[in-house]
Design a protein around this ligand. Structure first.
Ligand code: BTN
Length: 244
């Protein structure tokens, strides 16, 4: 991944640019990366704070030959891959909060946004958007984010080379993506569960259909969170924010 890359000093959103390029036939592995985003997008329609020279804002074009229902697995594969790479590069302990937020020092340092174009059950392409807070200090975050958002530098007490990290992330993603296509999801499910911060804990899943309280028990093969409710029944959660 990243052998073909387009770099922007400033852009509204690398995600939108990657969609445009994928529609125009960009090959798998193309990376769109920018120093600053003026309209960075997050999950669930939120915005993503992407100030200059502090983070890694990039979107990757993938063309996986998998049926549509397996695409959520790809997001979890990416989360595991990035968590392992970042832990290895920084020495930090990196946890995953379902579905794919990466936490270090108790705060979210990385978010992943997976979007796809498909027709019937056939996937045309997937855009994997990665926002990694690398060298921000607490003051670099808007006040409303300070309690929950952090950077690798804040967690480690030193700064990191964004170029070196981005290279290692892309290498790791490529190797894990190939592994996933060959061997399937089972090994990644185990790796994901080993890094998950919420398993066995009581959580509140805030879904579009309301809040559900329960114990997080694991993930299903389709990427859903398995929530054990008070009556003992397991509820599958597909889209939510998790409060720990
Ligand atoms: C999340 O809400 O946790 C996902 C955040 C994803 C942010 C990245 S930054 C690069 C890419 N371009 C965007 O506009 N969003 C993603």
């Amino acid at each position: 991944f990243g052998r073909e890359a387009v770099y922007f000093d400033a852009i509204a959103s690398t995600q939108n640019e990657a969609h445009r390029r994928a529609e125009a036939g960009a090959p798998e592995g193309l990376v769109v990366i920018a120093d600053v985003q003026t309209g960075g997008r997050g999950r669930l329609g939120r915005s993503w704070h992407s100030p200059p020279e502090t983070g890694i804002w990039m979107s990757l074009v993938l063309r996986p030959d998998v049926p549509l229902p397996r695409v959520p697995q790809l997001t979890l594969v990416a989360a595991v891959s990035l968590a392992d790479t970042l832990a290895a590069c920084t020495g930090l302990s990196v946890g995953i909060k379902w579905p794919n937020d990466l936490l270090a020092g108790g705060r979210k340092v990385c978010g992943i946004l997976t979007e796809l174009a498909a027709e019937a059950d056939r996937v045309h392409y997937v855009i994997l958007g990665i926002g990694l807070n690398v060298n921000q200090t607490e003051e670099d975050f808007p006040p409303e984010l300070r309690a929950r958002a952090g950077s690798l530098a804040m967690a480690a007490g030193r700064s990191f080379s964004r170029v070196a990290l981005a290279q290692r992330m892309l290498e790791g993603l490529e190797a894990d993506y190939d592994d996933y296509l060959q061997k399937g999801f089972a090994p990644f499910k185990r790796r994901w569960e080993a890094r998950a911060v919420s398993l066995g804990q009581r959580v509140v899943a805030r879904t579009p259909g309301g809040d559900f309280v329960g114990i997080a028990r694991g993930i299903d093969d389709d990427g859903a969170l398995l929530l054990e409710q008070a009556n003992g029944a397991l509820r599958k959660i597909y889209s939510a924010d998790l409060d720990l």
